[in-house]
Structure formats: C-alpha cells, structure tokens
Design a protein around this ligand. Structure first.
Ligand code: GLA
Length: 378
C-alpha cells in the first residue's frame, strides 16, 4: 500500500515537472525580441525580430524584404559566427542591389526579354538586368509581421499583398512566408500564396553564406555537394537555353562533395558566361513537392556544415561573382566570391519554357513550398 502511494506520488510529481518544463519551453519559444530597424525613405516603420533556439543559435530577420540580417551558428568548438552577408542599416538594404538575405519574388531569377505570355495575354515587366527581368521587388517591400512561435520553435510570419499589376504581373497575390528556427538548428522557410487571377510565381530566399563567417575571406576552399545530375546551361544573358545538360565530366558535377574553387576558373564556356557559378541545377527530386536533401556545404576549418532541403525542383548556385568590395556588416568588405547562394526555386525563365516544371499559379489554387537550411558541425 505504502509502496503504491509512493509510486503514485512519484508519477504525479514527475508528470507535473514534465508539464512545467514543457510550459517553460513553450514560453521560451514564444518570447521573440523585437526592435525598431528604422524608417524607409517613404516613411514606413520596419522592425528587426530576433529568433533564438535552446542551443544559442540566433536569426535576426527584418520585415523589410523578409530579410535575414544575421544568422549566428556555432563552429566545432562552440564559437558562434554570423554566417550570412548583409548590412547593419536599413538604408543600405534600400540602396543595395545584391538581394542579401531577402525574400525574392514575384519571380525569382530571370525572365528573358522581360516578357511572358499566359493564357494568350502577353505581360511586359520592367527590365532591370540588361534585357531581362530579374528577381522582382518583394525584397524592397515592407511586410506585415506576426510572432507565430510554437513548440516547433520561434517563428515569424510575414505577409505581403502584391497588387494586380505590380511590376507588370497579373493578379492580386497574397503571399505568406514563415521563418521557423528549430532546436535542431534549422532555419525553415514555408512559403504559401494565393491569387485572384492566373499568374506566375517563383519565390526564394537569397541568403549569401560564408561558413567561415561573413566577411572572413572567400568561399573557394569550402566544399559543396549538389544532388543533381543535370543543370540548365545558359546563353550570354544568363537565360537557360532550354537544354537539361548532364553534369558528368564537367566543372558542374557536384554529385560528390567538391571544393568550390577547384574548377571555377577552368576554361569552360558556361563558367565564362556566369563569371563563375551562377546556374540552376535540376535536382534529382523525382517526387517534387516532398522535402529532398538538395545540397550540403562544408567548411573544414570551422567544421560548419549546411544542409539544404527543399520541395522545389531547382537550385541556383551562385558564387558571389558580382560582389565588388561592398561595405557590409561590422565594417567587413565583401569582395568577389566571398559567399555562395543556394537559392531553392523553379528554373529561371520557366514562363518561356513550357517544358520546364510550371510556375503558373491558377486563380483559387494554393501555392506551397518549403526549404530548410540546417546547420551542424563535424
Ligand atoms: C542571382 C542571380 C545572379 C545575381 C544575384 C544577385 O543569384 O542569378 O546573377 O544577379 O542573384 O546579385
């Protein structure tokens, strides 16, 4: 009898403690810090949200462009460094042209001749990259922000209504992006959207990573693996020719982990056109729509590893070829190839390539896409 009572008391005590700990945990997850990030030139207030997890990982995200401003992760000795490029101040993001850390849309990447035809109607977009349309304006917009933290981790929901005709695209597009920082050291990005008219859509995040820490030299010694047997070669305007070319035997073969700089300056037509890597890889993801490990990057000095999973069919791997001495965070200067981007997305110029996976979003359809950037050390 006594034994039973002791056991019951013990179980009850244990349960209470467990509940108490999970309440504390949920509370810890829900306290997201927020501070002003300044006013835009046209007077809109912006904020900076600090997401943290139980391992001390921090992601500071502003609702200006849904931009990841800092991302601090540990190296193999537990030393934290900020591994994304960016600016200290809002005005630099407003003036900037590199898309550092931002949400990119309505159409991430290039649309040839800034034109496409949908349902028999031709739409004309602004030319902001030679003769092309590139990346859209979502990175320069102030998004509505809401703390939606849960047991899964601290989470920031950002919403934006892109009006019918904005940048030339049809349909009022309602976009939602949720950033979640999990206790598994993942920055998870969930994108969703609906439209009231048929349109095209390609959303990505444009973080520039340097696993040695932002501004700490180039990324040429860091390693990369991309799970793609093919890529989309480009023409002189960086527009896909339409061919899906095998990477085997070329500097585009990252099917096994390879040092980024090993072949970057080879005498290769495609590398010359991109001034390095600036191409879309066709992921070996046969079940588009489910999370697929697309790439893994590794810095042997710090031991930091980044794994990218996505539901998207493509990955733009860009080696910061256009970085030309940009003054970034904390007095750091970003020179050529000081970072790499792994932009999960649909293929560039898809609206003009009917054979590519479709980027059309029909009225009433629900768009959904997920990408996870997971950090670890080894
Ligand atoms: C993308 C493009 C690059 C470049 C950057 C932004 O990655 O593919 O060519 O425009 O964005 O500088």
């Amino acid at each position: 009898m006594v034994k039973l009572r002791v056991t019951t008391t013990f179980i009850l005590g244990f349960l209470t403690a467990t509940i108490f700990v999970s309440v504390l945990q949920a509370e810890a997850n829900s306290k997201m810090q927020k501070q002003p990030f300044g006013k835009t030139e046209d007077g809109q207030q912006t904020d900076l949200y600090l997401l943290t997890n139980k391992n001390g990982v921090e992601a500071a995200i502003t609702n200006y462009g849904g931009t990841v401003v800092t991302l601090k992760v540990p190296d193999r000795n537990g030393k934290f460094d900020d591994v994304v490029l960016g600016y200290d101040k809002l005005e630099d993001y407003e003036a900037g042209k590199a898309y550092f850390g931002a949400i990119v849309g309505r159409y991430a990447n290039r649309i040839a001749h800034a034109k496409f035809t949908l349902d028999g109607i031709t739409y004309t977009l602004p030319k902001n990259d030679g003769d092309n349309h590139l990346h859209g304006v979502f990175n320069k917009r102030v998004w509505n922000a809401k703390d939606v933290s849960s047991g899964a981790g601290q989470a920031l929901e950002l919403t934006y209504l892109s009006k019918d005709g904005e940048d030339g695209f049809p349909g009022n597009l309602s976009v939602k992006v949720v950033y979640t920082l999990t206790n598994q050291n993942e920055l998870k990005i969930d994108y969703s959207a609906t439209t009231d008219k048929d349109t095209v859509l390609n959303l990505t995040n444009h973080c520039y990573f340097n696993l040695a820490g932002q501004g700490n030299g180039d990324i040429l010694q860091q390693q990369l693996m991309i799970r793609a047997d093919r890529f989309t070669p480009v023409d002189a305007n960086l527009i896909p020719t339409g061919e899906l070319r095998k990477v085997k035997g070329s500097p585009f073969d990252f099917t096994t982990s390879t040092v980024i700089g090993a072949r970057i300056d080879q005498d290769d037509e495609q590398l010359k056109l991109g001034k390095g890597y600036d191409h879309n890889w066709v992921l070996n993801n046969s079940t588009a729509g489910s999370l697929f490990v697309a790439a893994q990057a590794y810095d042997s000095h710090s031991g930091r590893q980044l794994e990218v999973s996505t539901t998207e069919p493509g990955l733009q791997f860009y080696t910061g070829n256009f970085l030309d001495g940009i003054h970034g965070k904390g007095g750091k200067v970003y020179n050529r190839r000081y970072a790499f981007c792994l932009e999960t997305q649909h293929f560039p110029d898809s609206p003009n390539h009917p054979q590519f996976p479709s980027t059309v979003l029909r009225r009433g359809q629900h768009f959904q896409s997920t990408t996870v950037y997971k950090f670890s050390t080894k």
